[in-house]
Design a protein around this ligand. Structure first.
Ligand code: NAD
Length: 498
């Protein structure tokens, strides 16, 4: 038996709940002796203990991935895709088990969890088209008469993904299916707060029969990430998480000559025009602000009403929010589960207090939410502020909880200005029946994803998951064709035959 040592880690002996890494085609117990408890945020129950892998553990995984690369690269793209077919079939067969595991470790409602598993599968499906996606292009006589010029796409080697807590299963799928289909080998580092869904996924990857080392799992936290960032054989990193860490990873990765795509935090604005269709807009707004307990990077967290109808929209949204059923996400009728941890709950409650202190009007207070049997759960009920102004902290900071701030302006111009002033640029939505207003909005807003009568503008797998300003650092996004570009180099071949 080993004990834990790190700050914030428990002193409990490691037991059979200890999660493992998956390296070189096998489950392994990492060398680290540091473990963290993983708990169900709805109940406080222990789900397992996650190893905080150290440099030696990272080195072992990178070495396995590096060794696997040449043969995997030489495997024809269609043959590589067949492994993905197997993953897809297994995920469909175990769909409900996967969704329940997401809810168990994250807390989100089963419906939200199911949606995230569906998105993960869709990325596998899109990446399965790799023979077409990976094709280069060429031009006979492109360089001169009798001299042809061609572009081929080539994989680079070992890539890694560093993932956030809010989509335990889905986010790794924005990256690994594409990377591996392109012929690279891969390492997934899940969030240490939600590492259990990946244990199920790696069972499936093992069953799919990928050659050893093609896809690896390394659990851990900050030190594990630094191990990946510093390792010379890691060619590139995909990061999703908070903005300060995204910035750090982008800079440190670039210093070491790696490709980095780093998706950061968000503060998404939903604009409601006077002609918006109220009922449909309200249900979209509710889903956007309170789905996944507001812990989505595409969550609407500021609602701006334009012109007439402010009270009508505010009251309809507040009524619908107050009616949401809060509780354990595993209960089928629950719409709003707990937030991820006690620390997150305290942070969100602090923001609510700050909103009050700064003079916003609390229309719906989620602090005293009562959940039967939920005494040990990390609950925050739906919370709505009105009369928020752009300078208030609750209008600027990413709260990442079920808190919606409502503002009112007179013109679309003023609403767009509020979005322009945000330091984040992940998403923005407009609700209107006016094509000219919608066109103006999509043309001008400086966000990577835009919704028109869509509250959560989540790109499908064959489109890039975009982002701008402090929500994204890099050039090529996750998913779709961007992913193929990120995970390959374009080599130009100029050919002349004498
Ligand atoms: P986080 O930044 O705390 O952690 C993300 C990952 O980084 C984890 O794997 C963690 O182990 C690692 N990490 C944390 N601190 C580190 C450090 N100092 N050095 C190196 N690695 C470190 O983010 P989170 O709380 O897990 O996730 C929520 C955040 O993710 C929110 O800000 C949310 O907006 C963002 N997010 C963004 C998108 C997007 O597409 N832009 C999608 C999902 C989540």
């Amino acid at each position: 038996m080993t004990t834990t040592h790190t700050a914030g880690a428990t002193e409990t002996p490691v037991d059979t709940n200890a999660l493992r890494n998956y390296v070189g085609g096998a489950w392994i117990t990492p060398r680290t002796t540091e473990y963290l408890d993983v708990t169900n945020p709805a109940t406080g129950d222990l789900l397992g203990r996650v190893p905080l892998s150290n440099r030696a553990d990272v080195d072992q995984a990178v070495a396995a991935a590096q060794v696997a690369f040449p043969a995997w690269r030489a495997t024809p793209p269609l043959a590589r895709a067949r492994y993905l077919f197997s993953v897809r079939e297994q995920m469909e067969a175990q769909f409900e088990t996967l969704a329940r595991q997401v809810t168990l470790e994250h807390g989100k409602s089963l419906e939200d969890a199911r949606g995230s598993v569906r998105r993960a599968i869709e990325n596998v499906e899109v990446a399965s088209g790799i023979p077409s996606l990976l094709m280069g292009y060429g031009l006979e006589d492109g360089a001169a008469s009798g001299i042809d010029e061609d572009v081929v796409r080539q994989p680079l080697g070992v890539f890694a993904a560093i993932c956030p807590f809010n989509f335990p299963l889905m986010v790794p799928f924005w990256f690994w299916p594409y990377a591996v289909a392109c012929g690279n080998t891969f390492i997934i580092k899940p969030s240490e707060q939600v590492p259990t869904s990946m244990q199920l996924i790696f069972e499936m990857l093992g069953n799919a029969g990928f050659p050893p080392g093609v896809i690896n799992l390394v659990n851990g936290a900050k030190d594990t990430v630094n191990g990946l960032l510093d390792h010379p054989d890691v060619k590139g990193l995909s990061f999703v998480g908070s903005t300060p860490v995204a910035k750090y990873i982008y800079a440190r990765g670039a210093e070491r000559g790696k490709r980095v795509q780093a998706q950061g935090g968000a503060k998404n604005v939903l604009v409601v025009m006077p002609d918006a269709v109220l009922d449909s807009s309200v249900s979209n707004i509710i889903n956007s602000a309170f789905g996944s307990a507001g812990q989505r990077c595409l969550a609407g967290s500021v609602l701006v009403t334009v012109g007439a109808g402010h009270e009508r929209v505010r009251d309809a949204v507040s009524q619908a929010a107050a009616a949401l059923k809060v509780g354990n996400g595993l209960d089928d009728d629950v719409e709003l589960g707990p937030v991820i941890s006690r620390a997150a709950q305290e942070r969100i409650l602090d923001y609510i207090e700050q909103g009050e202190r700064e003079g916003a009007t609390l229309v719906l207070d989620g602090r005293q939410v009562a959940v039967a049997g939920g005494d040990d759960g990390c609950y925050v009920g739906p919370t709505i502020f009105d009369s928020v102004t752009p300078d208030m902290t609750i209008a600027c900071d990413e709260i990442f909880g079920p808190v919606l701030s409502i503002m009112h302006v007179d013109t679309l111009d003023a609403a767009i200005e509020i979005i322009e002033q945000q330091r984040f640029g992940n998403a923005a939505s407009i609700f209107t029946q006016d094509g000219a207003a919608a066109r103006e909005f999509r043309y001008r807003v400086p966000t990577g994803n835009v919704g028109i009568n869509v509250g959560v503008a989540a790109p499908m797998a064959y489109f890039p998951f975009s982002g701008a300003k402090e929500s994204f650092f890099g050039t090529l996004h996750g998913q779709g064709r961007d992913a193929i570009d990120f995970f390959t180099d374009r080599k130009v071949v100029i050919t002349r035959w004498f």
